[in-house]
Design a protein. Sequence first.
Length: 96
Amino acid sequence: MLVLSNQAVQVIRELVEEGEAGPDGGLRIFGTRANGETALEFELASEPFEGDEVVRYGGAVVFLDEVAARELADKTLDVHAHGDHFHFSLDVQDGS
């Protein structure tokens, strides 16, 4: 299952609170395919889409479509700040 770093929890909560997602909203991660490659897209959503997996972690809510859930099952979502913006990163979870 996807794990969120403390920084990711904080950023996701702030994005949802400041955005138009509403009180039941969260960050939605979904997979797209182009040229045989899978890419992950991020957007704010007011609720999960049908079939989405819902991950609740430290007060943050993430909705994962089937592709994203499969791709992120053993990952940790982290955030790195760069001045006035940030980037999400994914790390493989340590199995120990």
